[in-house]
Design a protein around this ligand. Structure first.
Ligand SMILES: Nc1nc2c(c(=O)[nH]1)N[C@H]1C(S)=C(S)[C@@H](COP(=O)(O)OP(=O)(O)OC[C@H]3O[C@@H](n4cnc5c(=O)[nH]c(N)nc54)[C@H](O)[C@@H]3O)O[C@H]1N2
Ligand SMILES: Nc1nc2c(c(=O)[nH]1)N[C@H]1C(S)=C(S)[C@@H](COP(=O)(O)OP(=O)(O)OC[C@H]3O[C@@H](n4cnc5c(=O)[nH]c(N)nc54)[C@H](O)[C@@H]3O)O[C@H]1N2
Ligand SMILES: [Mo]
Length: 676
């Protein structure tokens, strides 16, 4: 803990923490910059002019919270409590979820579902009976063959995974990377498959064909644990590598070789399920294909494939039952719409905030916690429309960002270095509990999320849902239930609880998978019952028109989405993004190295100028850039106007009919030179 007068110097990891082993990534170390950032929100603000105009008045916490509580009461009376939605991302959202449930709404969403992991979670649940969760139960550490499909570990810095990836590589594990871009992971791979974007499902089907018809699959495993193999075998018969070649642009030989390589190492092989999986609208089906491929290789529940994670059970602090909401997002779905959505898609709640046919919209108020919706939800013009129609928009943030610019009330949270959050109880190889505690007192007038939610609850007469005196009492209560205490956790940070639940399938005896059949379902009756393909079919996606390129995007090691671009330490590492273009494209447009161009999409949306990176590491039919840049808040003195915003160009989406995810990779752009 910080002592008065001391200067913050460095963030270090906790060696007992399985997620970091004491080693932090760039962004973890750079976290100090979030605390130091002089552009931070400092006091509560209330808008004094029409929404969209950024004219705010500084107010006291009392005034800000009174204003919100009054508006929430008004919404409850006029439209019903269910017409308030919460958008949140990350663990800090816990308190606001409690608040909103207590108030009477279950319209609670996060972009980490329908803009990220949703399709994968539903696909794996439909196949194996459980999703991957976060962090994923991938046994990279022990794998002998790792297949990465549009998952660029190394640039996507999920700390634990990157460390395991490095270990696997050192051990000489074979890495196969399928990516239209020569990613960092591709550079460490034995095989790089520069696939034509949007055709992965064809590759997956032809890999299955090779495994089955060359009899390379795990027969014992398939027989014992799966159902639907005969249907699958018949289904993939025609999907030969020769069939896949013109679709994917990958040579048949390469497809056969890589299938054999996987089979050689099975079951210690991991076809990584990827994380950001909302690509082309048929994403649940593509992820089903990944799941099925893993089942053929016998990797689920096997060492070097997928382990069964352990999770600590920590009793909750007792609170009364939440009231039953009058309506939820499901009541607004058409029959058969998104039948497998287990959470509300954020885009759905956004769209439900738009008035239709002169009637008031079902959603009338937004509480937004730690998510920058204009840069996060595709089709931003719809987000702006919704924002103009709401009765109330509250943003709880640490910076003056795109979303706070649209809020009626802006509440400055303190950074994660200045507050307690709820306990981290996530799955892993061991059952661990971790504490986040303040290293410094909150700067300015910022306050922790738990305090904000508790105070609001009090003003709304909902204090019984926050019955603890303060966060320390809350945490201590929970920790004592597992034989620890806040005092102990403040000292050790992370605690491993005893757990001997098996990490892998038993060698002998039966095992029942949590599916209706008790087996891994290669053929999915549940999907068929709703009119979806029970086995994943390949359907072609539109190709870019002449002179246009598919817009690909992804992570970059120095930054987390849009949230770190203004961070003084991380900004220094990467102040702007670049657009990657192939030399052929550069020649055709007469573009020179380091030049700035604008990207223009098929709907005429034009980006800010962005620097060109001419490289053979990207296919000539696509361009690539890192997400999160091109921010337009002048108050963000470092991030302002630097680089281009991929989300601004996402005016089209391909919606997944199974769970409502928004496929982002269906936007095409051309390049505009400055002089032209
Ligand atoms: N176009 C496009 N859209 C995408 C993606 C993409 O690659 N391209 N990626 C998708 C994916 S995978 C995901 S998971 C989502 C992520 O979506 P978001 O979580 O919305 O990502 P950010 O843009 O980082 O927005 C985070 C916001 O939280 C604020 N913030 C940061 N720390 C704190 C804190 O401690 N407290 C509070 N109260 N606020 C804080 C930041 O200032 C920022 O305004 O985006 C999805 N959307
Ligand atoms: N540094 C850093 N790391 C992060 C994050 C961060 O913000 N910063 N965010 C975290 C989060 S929430 C997520 S969801 C993950 C996301 O990390 P990933 O799941 O790895 O996803 P993306 O970053 O979107 O990576 C996209 C990759 O897919 C490739 N690609 C594009 N189109 C296709 C295609 O049609 N087929 C194939 N096979 N590949 C294609 C792109 O070239 C790119 O290399 O990263 C996590 N890790
Ligand atoms: Mo994500």
């Amino acid at each position: 803990m910080y002592r008065e007068g001391e200067k913050p110097w460095k963030i270090v990891g906790n060696s007992q923490d399985l997620y970091s082993h004491g080693r932090l990534c760039t962004r973890g170390t750079g976290g100090l910059g979030a605390y130091l950032d002089e552009n931070r929100l400092k006091v509560p603000l209330i808008r004094t002019q029409k929404r969209g105009k950024q004219v705010f008045q500084e107010v006291s916490w009392q005034t800000a919270l009174d204003f919100i509580a009054e508006k929430m009461e008004l919404i409850r009376k006029k439209y019903g409590a269910h017409s308030l939605a919460l958008f949140s991302h990350g663990i800090g959202g816990t308190w606001f979820k409690t608040l909103v449930k207590a108030y009477g709404s279950r319209n609670i969403t996060a972009p980490s579902y329908a803009q990220c992991r949703g399709p994968r979670e539903e696909a794996f649940k439909l196949t194996f009976g459980r999703g991957l969760g976060s962090p994923e139960n991938t046994d990279i550490e022990n794998t002998r063959c790792l297949v990465l499909i549009g998952s660029h570990i190394g640039e996507n810095l999920h700390n634990g995974q990157v460390q395991e990836f490095a270990k696997a590589q050192e051990r000489g594990a074979t890495i196969i990377t399928v990516d239209p871009r020569f990613s960092v992971a591709a550079s460490k791979s034995k095989y790089w498959l520069p696939i034509r974007p949007s055709t992965d499902l064809a590759l997956l089907l032809s890999w299955m064909h090779v495994l089955i018809y060359d009899e390379l699959y795990d027969k014992k495993y398939v027989e014992k644990y799966t159902i639907g193999f005969q249907e699958l075998k018949k289904f993939v018969k025609k999907f030969t590598p020769e069939w896949a070649y013109p679709i994917t642009s990958l040579e048949p030989n390469l497809i056969r070789q890589t299938a054999r390589e996987m089979a050689k190492h099975a079951p210690s092989v991991l076809v990584h399920p990827s994380r950001h999986t909302t690509w082309y609208g048929d994403d649940t089906q593509r992820c089903r294909a990944v799941a099925i491929l893993n089942a053929l290789l016998g990797s689920w529940g096997r060492k070097g494939g997928f382990y069964f994670p352990r999770k600590a059970h920590v009793p909750k602090y007792p609170i009364p039952k939440f009231p039953k909401p009058l309506k939820t997002w499901r009541d607004y779905l058409a029959p058969g719409q998104f039948p497998f959505a287990s959470l509300p898609p954020a885009n759905l709640l956004r769209d439900l905030s738009l008035p239709k046919e002169g009637k008031p919209a079902p959603i009338q108020g937004w509480l937004v916690y730690a998510t920058n919706l204009p840069l996060t939800l595709p089709q931003p013009e719809k987000t702006y429309q919704a924002l103009q129609n709401l009765e109330l928009v509250v943003a709880v943030d640490i910076l003056p960002t795109a979303i706070t610019g649209w809020a009626d009330v802006v509440l400055p949270e303190c950074t994660y270095l200045e507050r307690y959050d709820d306990l981290r109880i996530s799955p892993g190889r061991e059952a661990q509990v971790a504490l986040r505690m303040p290293a410094f007192p909150p700067k300015y007038q910022s306050k922790p999320g738990w305090w904000i939610a508790k105070m609001l609850a009090k003003k709304l007469g909902l204090e019984k849902y926050f019955p603890w005196r303060d966060i320390e009492e809350y945490l201590d209560y929970r920790l004592k239930k597992i034989g620890s205490s806040l005092k102990e956790m403040k000292r050790i940070g992370v605690k491993t609880l005893p757990s001997n639940s098996p990490l892998y399938l038993p060698e002998e005896g039966d095992f029942s998978f949590p599916r209706p059949s008790g087996k891994i379902e290669l053929y999915c009756k549940d999907l068929a019952a709703f009119g979806f393909d029970p086995l994943p079919s390949y359907t072609p996606h539109p190709e870019p028109p002449e002179g246009y390129f598919r817009l690909l995007y992804g992570r970059t090691p120095a930054h987390t989405f849009s949230r770190t671009i203004n961070n003084p330490l991380l900004h220094e590492l990467m102040p702007e993004n670049e657009v990657w273009i192939h030399p052929q494209v550069a020649r055709r447009f007469g573009i020179r190295k380091g030049e700035y161009v604008r990207l223009k999409n098929l709907d005429g949306v034009v980006s800010l100028p962005v620097k060109v990176k001419i490289t053979e590491r990207i296919r000539p039919d696509s361009v690539f850039m890192a997400h999160g840049f091109g921010q337009m808040q002048k108050q963000l003195t470092r991030a302002y106007g630097k680089g281009a915003n991929d989300n601004g160009l996402m005016s089209r989406v391909a919606v997944d009919p199974i769970m409502g995810g928004t496929g982002f990779r269906v936007n095409f752009v051309t390049l505009e030179r400055r002089s032209s």
